[in-house]
Design a protein around this ligand. Structure first.
Ligand SMILES: [Zn+2]
Length: 302
């Protein structure tokens, strides 16, 4: 009896839902939101591209990470297979593993063959710059979606918006934001005892906080060629914020600001690109909105 009622209600709901999404009012709403949908999805795609920065850097410069087999004797666990494929794992002695925990950055540079030159520093700054923009972008995009939801609330039937708003947004065509931070690279020092019974890991995750600290640390050991050490600024989160503030949170190209669009993603751009000899000095940095920065990037690369 109870089951019958639930089943009937469920079927009734499904029919109602189906009819709504096939109906004219939904279609009209979808068409009226088209510009927002396209724009939000473009930003979503852009964020995903920003997350790729590190793997691109790896391909260009650091293809030489080494894997030491020294302590894998008799090691019969599943991780062994994974370890073979990963260039982010360094098999090492117990003491190296322990020391890596105490001085992570020092050991990261040493055992993963990160050259202490200016080019490496620029690459890490670029990674930080893009990762920070990706993290900020996710939040702003999410705010924007909430804003859109709020603004169309009265156009969406009560049942649809109460029971499954998520589906509603997907039906409109908005892509889901991937909030995971799994894209942050993780470096692992791993000790496995000769018998394979004991194992210790030391993971260094290059998240925003660690990248900021790493760039600061790294600048201290870099042998500068292009510029004198004190001549250039470090592209840390602090500097990003400073440049945005200096530029009044306004895109220096299209002049759109966060006053016009509360959830506008602003990025920091090198006026003269690093690839063309530009430096990270405050005069060579400007604020661009993500759209203008993306267009500029495409032009420089082609
Ligand atoms: Zn712009």
């Amino acid at each position: 009896m109870m089951f019958g009622i639930i089943l009937t209600l469920f079927i009734a709901w499904k029919i109602y839902e189906y009819a709504y999404y096939k109906g004219e009012s939904f279609d009209k709403l979808k068409r009226s939101l088209n510009n927002y949908i396209v724009s939000c999805n473009e930003l979503n795609e852009h964020i995903e591209e920003l997350k790729e920065t590190y793997s691109e850097v790896r391909k260009i410069n650091y293809g030489t990470a080494q894997l030491n087999d020294a302590s894998r004797y008799n090691f019969k666990r599943k991780e062994q297979l994974k370890a073979k494929k990963s260039e982010y794992i360094h098999e090492c002695s117990a003491s190296v593993c322990k020391n890596a925990e105490i001085q992570p950055f020092k050991y990261l540079c040493k055992y993963f063959n990160i050259k202490s030159d200016e080019e490496s520093l620029e690459n890490f700054e670029n990674v930080l710059n893009n990762f920070a923009a990706a993290e900020e972008g996710k939040q702003l995009l999410s705010n924007e979606l909430e804003k859109i939801k709020e603004s169309i609330k009265n156009d969406v039937p009560f049942l649809i918006r109460t029971i499954n708003m998520k589906k509603f947004m997907l039906k409109l065509g908005f892509k889901v934001i991937d909030f995971s931070t799994l894209y942050f690279p993780v470096y692992t020092f791993r000790y496995v005892s000769p018998g394979g019974n004991k194992s210790t890991n030391c993971d260094i995750k290059l998240d925003i906080n660690n990248l900021n600290n790493f760039v600061e640390y790294f600048s201290g050991i870099v042998k500068f060629k292009k510029s004198a050490a004190g001549q250039r600024a470090l592209m840390t989160s602090k500097l990003r914020e400073k440049i945005k503030q200096r530029d009044n949170y306004t895109c220096q190209k299209c002049e759109l600001s966060t006053n016009d669009e509360r959830n506008l993603l602003l990025e920091i751009d090198h006026i003269m690109p690093i690839s063309k000899g530009g430096m990270s000095t405050e005069e060579n940095l400007q604020t661009l909105c993500w759209k203008c920065n993306r267009t500029k990037g495409a032009k420089v690369n082609s």
